[in-house]
Design a binder for this molecule. Structure first.
Ligand SMILES: Cc1ncc(COP(=O)(O)O)c(C=O)c1O
Length: 356
């Protein structure tokens, strides 16, 4: 019950133990192509504008920055926790002039603050995180994205902790670059990065040279058109496992899955509030909850949960990390499993407090 990597189905596990296929084998080409078609469908985008390749969520982040932003560009980074900040840090490495707006703990980015900033300063791009895994804050990325577009900025959005567990549609939305990863709501192993790119951003990138070989998404788009092109060796078992996980996701149905995640989010949030714990986010999110226990006991609670309940939860990241536990309900989880986890945490908190 950590916020990724998440539990794998039996079929996904099984394909990981198949004999190794060559990256030039017809079977792998087929698997890769199918995984790519399904990831484009998951984004609500088109295959020729999505990239699926080996890497983690940070691959998507850095590849987007290095391929589509140039030195001297101005980027406004909306920060609701650790991962929004990571985008800003990487952009700075590439010589991009970044301004961050860090929203107070637990508060989603608000449209008025964004509007005010964009009326004062001109930015080439705005970056935002759908759900920041460190705080569980979920942003209204459509409203924020619309404001950014009205002011002529490209919109970069981090879907690492939301794609496959939260409503999203790239086409027709105010987005230019979206990235996610295999190991969270999609319930595949870590090691595949999923990316969607707008036409406008693609055109812009013709104006300057890419600044990386591995991260050059224009080369990866060529591979997507024809997976027989060799660029670098893919993480073959991961991509094959991702294909199975994506098929399972669409068998469940995206809408059903999104609703399931929303309901789990409400369950976790209501449980925490009813026990007098303080969720870091002021509203429930669809995939992860961070809870402030108001005492530095998160490591002990985590240990109790693992030893006594055989359930792995996460501790906090960032400020007050030692007070915070995080519980993920992504991918192959259900309300019962989540409820057992919450009850386990209740027992753990009581036991740990008694000892301290
Ligand atoms: C919201 C968010 N963005 C980015 C990342 C980075 O992804 P990765 O660890 O797969 O590189 C994470 C990782 O948990 C994340 O939760």
């Amino acid at each position: 019950m950590i916020p990724g990597p998440t539990n794998l189905s039996e079929q996904v596990l099984r394909v990981m133990s198949d004999p190794m296929l060559g990256h030039t084998s017809p079977q792998f080409y087929e698997d890769y192509k199918e995984a790519q078609i399904l990831s484009a469908k998951l984004f609500g985008s088109q295959e020729d504008k999505t990239v699926l390749f080996s890497g983690s969520g940070t691959f998507g982040m850095e590849a987007g920055i290095s391929t589509f932003l140039k030195e001297g560009d101005r980027v406004l980074s909306l920060v609701n926790g650790y991962f929004g900040d990571r985008f800003a840090k990487i952009a700075e490495i590439y010589g991009i002039r970044v301004k961050t707006i860090a929203f107070p703990d637990g508060v989603a980015a608000d449209v008025d603050t964004l509007k005010k900033e964009l009326q004062t300063e001109k930015y080439d791009a705005v970056s935002m995180t759908h759900i920041d895994t460190s705080t569980g804050v979920m942003n209204d990325i459509v409203s924020l994205g619309n404001i950014a577009k009205e002011h002529g900025a490209y919109v970069f959005v981090d879907l690492v902790s939301s794609l496959g567990g939260s409503k999203f549609k790239f086409e027709g939305g105010p987005f230019d670059y979206a990235y996610s990863a295999s190991q969270k709501c999609i319930a595949a192993p870590p090691g595949a990065s999923l990316i969607a790119i707008s036409n406008a951003l693609l055109q812009r990138s013709n104006e300057f040279k890419p600044r990386s070989y591995y991260f050059n998404l224009k080369m990866w788009l060529d591979v997507m058109k024809d997976p027989k092109i060799y660029l670098t060796t893919p993480t073959i078992p991961v991509i094959r496992a991702l294909k199975i996980a994506l098929k399972e996701l669409f068998e469940e149905g995206l809408e059903v899955r999104v609703r399931r995640h929303q309901e789990m989010g409400e369950l976790a949030w209501n449980f925490a509030v009813s026990r007098g714990w303080k969720p870091v986010s002021s509203k429930p999110s669809s995939t992860v909850i961070a809870i402030d226990l108001s005492l530095p006991i998160s490591a002990a609670v985590k240990e109790y949960m693992l030893n006594k309940k055989n359930i792995l939860i996460a501790t906090g990241i960032g400020p007050r990390a030692s007070n915070i536990i995080r519980i993920g309900y992504m991918g192959n989880t259900d309300k019962q499993l989540l409820l057992n986890t919450m009850k386990g945490v209740e027992e753990a908190v009581t036991a740990v407090k008694r000892l301290t």
